[in-house]
Structure formats: C-alpha cells, structure tokens
Design a protein around this ligand. Structure first.
Ligand code: DOR
Ligand code: ZN
Length: 347
C-alpha cells in the first residue's frame, strides 16, 4: 500500500482570488498548495485592460504574507470592446497568459461579458496569431436552455463555430462538467484542452438537491448527473495531456451562499489536493496524479513544470479540515467532500 508520494509542486489553472479582505484571506491558502495559478478576472469592475491586470497582480503579491508565495498568471476579461492591441501588448510582456471569455449572464460578474460573438472576432484572430490561449466559460446563458444542457449547447452553438472560424486559436474549456464536453476536447488533436475542478470530480447534482438544498455545493456550471461525474473521473485519471487541474476555487462569504438567491462557487483551495490524492488513491491511480496536477497544465501553456517537489502523506486517521476560514468580509465555508480524506501535504 502506498502511503507517501513525491510529486512536482502543482499549479492551479483556474483560480478566483477576489480582492481586498477576501484576497488577503484566500491568497495564502492557495499559496500553501500551488506554485502558480491562472487568476480569474471577474472582479467588480472586471480586469479588462493590461493596466488593470498589472495593478491586480501587484495587489495579489502584496496580499501574501512574507514567506508565502504563489506566482500569479494573469488573465484579461474579454468584452465586446476589448482592444486587440492592448491584449497583444499585455501578452508580449508576459504579464497576461490568457484571455477569459464569459458569455454575458452565464455566471458571477459576467454582465460585462460577450453577447454578440461576432464583435470579438478581431481579438480572437490576434490571439490565434500570437498563440495566447482563450479560457472559456462554456455555457450559453439563453433562458430557454435548461441549465443542465447549457454546456453541451454552448459547444454546438458557440465554441465549435468559433474554433472553425479562427484556425490556430488555442482554447481551454474551463471546468468541464459533461461527457459531451470531454468528447469534444478529445476530438481535437491540438490547441484544445480542458480544466477539471475538484468539486466536479466529487459531487453530482444529487449532492446539491436531494434531501435538502445544499448551497455550498452550488456552482457554475452546475454539477450534472452521476454518469457525467464518472466520465470526469476517468478523464482526470487517464493521463491524457488535454486534461488538467483548474480548481475554480470560488470563495463567497456564507451569507452570500446561504441566501434566497445564493452565489455560485465552491471554496476548494484549502483541501483540493488532499481530496484529489484521496480519490486517485481509491481508484488505484496515484501514478497519474502528478500528470494531472503538475505536468499537463504547464505543457499546454508552454511553461516548464515546477522544479520544487511536494510530498503527500497518507495518515492512519482522517485529516481534519476547518469547516470555514474567517475573512475580513465574514466566514467562507470550506468544501466538504462528504468522505474521509487521509492524505495531507507535507512540504
Ligand atoms: O461557481 C462558479 N463561481 N462558477 C463561475 O463560473 C464563477 C465563480 C465565481 O466567480 O464565483
Ligand atoms: Zn471560475
């Protein structure tokens, strides 16, 4: 029985750090487990221009206590008015590593996102030319489309036509939740990848809705039926270079989650790696954990994997995680996988 493994330090290819007091509380939590992170730009107001990204990056670095570090890989929030020249300039300096596409109305702070996809063609063409990846929140926001179908419909209506119109555009389908999404990613030999979250590997829609409504399991895209979760599980553990970890750890204070109109997001930054080690171990797939959390992501983004190593240790008794972390804005509940986790990170 394996009770210890050493792997290259992981990266988080999709992370929400927020701003202000929340940023100061959650940035050190991610820094404890991850070397680098792709930072989501859906602040209020959003991180639209290169200058915004530079200022936000500075605030992130200032939020980290001494001795704690995470390397922020910044993204720009794509709007219908985004200037291709500004994107190219921000990418040329290495400041910005990707651009994020939110269909307007699809999720938290997506109001400034895209309604008319023809308006972003010049930016996408520029990105294809310079090889800058597009991170996509792959859901339509059309109220006529059932919320459980929004990812599959997005692929047909938006993503596939967009990729055909823009040859060479590198795309990350973020937080894929369906077998259709996985199949779509597998259908492409290059230039297309997907991030998978910890929570979508753990929960299905029953966790949210059966036996009472559990707001801390509500996120977007919403978790689907069990067969989809199993497909995600298999993809994460397959070693396929097109799949890698992006936690989408998305902190909201409890008051905003436990509400008549609760916010979407699971806070998995604190125990995500522990949970992954547990589920890979249970599946007899610890040998592919490093590929998923530390190798496939940098390869897609054209970066070297981290040289620093971490050690994961399996304890005899379950690791006890705090139920919440306290932030200057209020408590944020820590994701509860609903099963005992024996793995801890020992550096
Ligand atoms: O659950 C989610 N939370 N999904 C998203 O797409 C956004 C995120 C957030 O920013 O809260
Ligand atoms: Zn997200």
């Amino acid at each position: 029985m394996t009770n210890q493994i050493q792997i290259r330090k992981p990266d988080d290819w999709h992370l929400h750090l927020r701003d202000g007091a929340m940023l100061r509380a959650v940035a050190p939590v991610s820094a404890a487990q991850y070397a680098r992170a792709i930072i989501m730009p859906n602040l209020v107001p959003p991180v639209v221009r290169g200058d915004d990204a530079a200022a936000y990056r500075q605030r992130i670095l200032e939020a980290l206590p001494s001795g704690s570090s995470i390397f922020p890989l910044m993204t720009l929030y794509l709007t219908e008015k985004t200037d291709p020249g500004d994107v190219a300039a921000a990418a040329a300096t290495g400041l910005v590593r990707a651009v994020k596409l939110y269909p307007a109305g699809a999720t938290t702070n997506s109001d400034s996102g895209v309604r008319d996809f023809t308006k972003i063609r010049p930016v996408l063409e520029q990105m294809a030319e310079i090889g800058l990846p597009l991170c996509v929140h792959g859901e339509v926001s059309d109220p006529d489309i059932d919320i459980f179908d929004r990812e599959a419909v997005f692929i047909d209506r938006v993503l596939d036509p967009m990729r055909r119109q823009t040859p060479g555009l590198r795309v990350v389908m973020e937080h894929v939740t369906t077998a259709e999404g996985l199949d779509y990613v597998r259908s492409s030999e290059s230039g297309l990848a997907a991030t998978l979250t910890v929570h979508h590997l753990v929960i299905n829609r029953n966790h949210i809705l059966a036996g009472g409504i559990r707001p801390h399991y509500y996120c977007l895209p919403v978790a689907k039926r069990e067969s989809h979760r199993q497909a995600l599980h298999a993809a994460a553990m397959s070693g396929d270079r097109r799949f890698f970890l992006g936690t989408d750890s998305a902190p909201h204070v409890d008051a905003a989650k436990e509400s008549s109109c609760g916010c979407a997001g699971c806070f998995t930054a604190l125990n995500g790696l522990n949970i992954l080690a547990q589920i890979f171990d249970e599946a007899g797939k610890l040998d592919t954990l490093q590929t998923f959390v530390s190798l496939n992501g940098p390869a897609f983004y054209g970066l070297a994997p981290n040289e620093v190593q971490i050690v994961l240790v399996k304890e005899k008794t379950p690791v006890v995680f705090p139920g919440y972390i306290m932030t200057g804005d209020g408590p944020v509940t820590v994701f509860d996988p609903g099963f005992p986790v024996y793995w801890r990170v020992a550096e």
